[in-house]
Design a protein around this ligand. Sequence first.
Ligand SMILES: [Zn+2]
Length: 600
Amino acid sequence: MAEPATNRTGYFGREFLDQLTQRIDGPAFLSRFLKVEKSGDRYRAVCPFHKDSKPSFYIRNDGSFYCFGCQKNGSVFNFLMEHNGDSFPDAVKEVAQFLGVPLPERRGGNELTEEQRALLDVLDKSASFFRQQLEQAGRDSTVKRYLQKRGIDRTAVARFQIGFAPNSWTGLKDHFSDTSEQLLIDADVLVNNTERNSIYDRYRNRLIFPIRNRQGNVVGFGGRVLDEDVEPKYLNTKQTKVFSKSRELYGMFEALQSARRPERLILVEGYMDVVALAQNGIPNAVAALGTASNDAHFQTMFWFTNEVVCCFDGDDAGRTAAKRALESALAALTDEKSVKFVFLPDGEDPDSFVRANGTKTFQDLIDNAQHVADYFVDTLLETNDRSFSSIEQKAKFVDRAKALIRGVKHDSFRAILAQEVARCFPDDVNMEQLLAPASPDQEPFVPPFDESHMDERQEPEPVVSQFGRSLENIKTKQRVSTLLCAPRIWGSLSIHRDLLRRLTNVAKDHPMTRVWSAIDRHRLTTVDGLIASFQDDKLFARDLNEIYDSSNAQAMEDPEETLQQFLDSVESFITTEEAEVERKTQRKRLSRARDDKEGT
Ligand SMILES: [Zn+2]
């Protein structure tokens, strides 16, 4: 087992590592490597470290894990080291990259460098400057008329903090006369033209869309021309020390303001599409910056949602964009993560479509998007004609299919695609052929969730803890389970400490006492935290885990009633126990009295 990450921080610094684990969505991150399923409030998977058929491998929000089968546990970094054979620095880098967090300088553990902080500051001020310019523009100005023409209203302007770069070479430059020119150039709001030996505003006479990262900081801008004759139509910030085009998505921050975990995200092509959809009641659209979406974009999207619908224009450019999106998406797909495709009628984009046809029609279109498996075949064939005229054509198709299928990381999804492709050739292409490894040293395909090849004897020996036996007492189990399943009442327990004290007096080692004491002592708020607090007593932790799992069905409707029920039940337990203690004391006293008597 690798050294736990708590003991090593390398040159990253504890603060930085904590930032990563606080920010990461552990279950989502690990679902890139495991088939993660939700069980109540928690996430689990079949353990990759021992042979098992049951999901005994639990994942916490910070990416740390614990297996009740083989007892393996550790941080998200330990997971990458154990599972992927990463070195510790590589594991940290991978997590940081996934989160889009820049690595710290070799010395000091701060998340952002001084330079990055300065860049963010200047970008923020630039965004304010652009916003101000838009506010100050007269009602009859080109920019205001443009907004009106495109139907962008005040709420959309406010939501996306849209601004305006004045038609001047030095508007922003003059505004920032006190700021270092180099900093403004590094932030890419000024251009240093060495040929002409002049420094001037990058964005001129353009509508400005600030691009915000997930923390809400402005990291760059997209600028759209107001005069259709000017090229390029869109101007984007180039790569800077705070902006990575291949990672950020326009509208992501805003979409997450509406829902922290949207049911789906809609990937569109342009800034205007994102804005128009939000304005029409569809707040979950995002756009890749520039033309192509890539693997990192899909990783980012799948971090927040399980479904991405790619909505592209029906023209050639849209088809090409969709094909790229498909290739990028393949690596990120699992049983839970799905990608669908929608093509709008020729000449339409989401912006024009939603305005012309309304929210409902657009939403219907998205609801009926084409599943990736269907689209996969259509794209490969690039025609609806599936009666291949030549052998070469067919061979070419199969080769391309094989190459794409190999790109799919997730086994069961790979099988789905192969099945879909094989269906096109009822006679002479079968699944084995499509799934055949590229080279002989690659592992043959084994369906991962077919349990028939599992050796049942490899199951870990069942061990019964002391508590496990006492579980036969149905009331004990019920009380513990009430407490376990209702973290919402934990906060209110502290005002009933007198009851806890009485409970401790009569039944210090009782499971219910132990659980309540732990909640009280560590001020716990989550079941994961609770179970983790018993890590020294693995069997007890396992029992709690099992109780929790088996009682998921009884969701707690009314916290107040649940609390009252629990307190009542504890009260009656204490009364019984106190009476028992009293009886024992009584008996002792009697027997002592008898002894005394006999002694005289
Ligand atoms: Zn295990």
